[in-house]
Design a protein around this ligand. Sequence first.
Ligand code: NAD
Ligand code: DAU
Length: 354
Amino acid sequence: MNILVTGGCGFIGSNFIRFCLDDPQFKQSTLINLDKLTYAGNPANLADKETSEQYYFVQADIADIDTVSKILTEHEIDLIINFAAESHVDRSIDSPEPFFQTNTIGTLRLLETTLHYWKTLSSSKKDQFRFLHVSTDEVYGTLQKGDPPFTEKTPFAPNSPYSASKASSDHLVRAYFHTYGLPVVTTNCSNNYGPYQFPEKLIPLMILNSLEGKPLPIYGDGQNIRDWLYVKDHCKAIWLVAKKGNIGETYNIGGKCERTNLQIVYMICDTLDRKSPTESGKSYKDQIQFVKDRPGHDFRYAIDCRKIKETLDWTPEETFESGIEKTIDWYLSHLDWCKDITENNYQRQRLGIS
Ligand code: NAD
Ligand code: DAU
């Protein structure tokens, strides 16, 4: 199988490529990683895989019709997994437009290019082909305490420019199935955490700020709730949906692990107090600062993932306790990777700035 992964230099995309290259069932597969290398795309995430004969990297935008079209034809792509996106809610509040350029227009162009390619395939290749769109639980809006978790039937109610741009991409993917018959599947997942997550997101930010003696900024009162999933469990779910999901359908993926932000930060501090205590002997919790809330901050996300469990036999393997332990160990042993990001070295190198 020849797989085109978009956004493969980001957090989840690089974990997905790693998951494939490390698994013997993909021995015969070719993986093409197409990534624009925005601030969030870091080639170092896959530096140790660059010599693999199964792996190719192309720096390009998903909206670049000529380049995508060439890749699809030359590599006889059977499966596209679209991770490429602007993904950070806070940035979407500060500057919404890039989110619509990539998440909406980019996805539209990728779908259009894919449709042209798909139409050229033989009927058996057409049947086997899949376009998997990776999306988020944020398209469903927000929940209050006691509300039932989001199902695949929950109406969309996006509240941030990020989630609005992702919701519109989900609608486009659906429309390409219903209008043109393109064999698509969509996944809507909850908050991921694990290795290689860019340190602007809650968990890596709190780990790095703790170690650097910086404040740990908690928005509002820290009582907002997210449903956390270890990234490798997400990768396994995506692969199952790509292989066995019903075309035209959507699959919710979640960690069955609701925690308040304050619980998450306390857990990080407790773990770091144990693994890497401060010189002063004070707890990292002393660095917590409550700051102004995120505008339009969704209160709670929770995922009902019965569909993927019952139809595809997927369930998260990692508990939050084991996952956060692994994640913190990974960051503690990859401080150079973190430093390159915080000092922006990887972008400087790429742009030839000394
Ligand atoms: P990320 O920001 O870490 O990575 C995004 C990647 O996409 C980067 O490598 C970036 O360079 C690339 N990219 C951006 N614009 C591009 C373009 N126009 N063309 C090609 N490449 C482009 O994001 P992530 O956290 O890995 O998220 C991946 C996907 O999963 C996104 O679609 C996101 O909406 C979705 N998702 C993320 C989470 C989460 O918790 N992180 C949860 C559910 C769904
Ligand atoms: O739910 C899935 C989504 O999860 C993905 O679609 C997004 O791409 C991903 O970024 C993530 O969105 P969130 O906004 O939930 O993630 P973030 O890590 O930015 O924030 C998690 C929670 O922590 C949220 O309630 C805001 C809060 N927070 C975040 C930061 C960065 C803080 O309190 N302080 C912070 O400094």
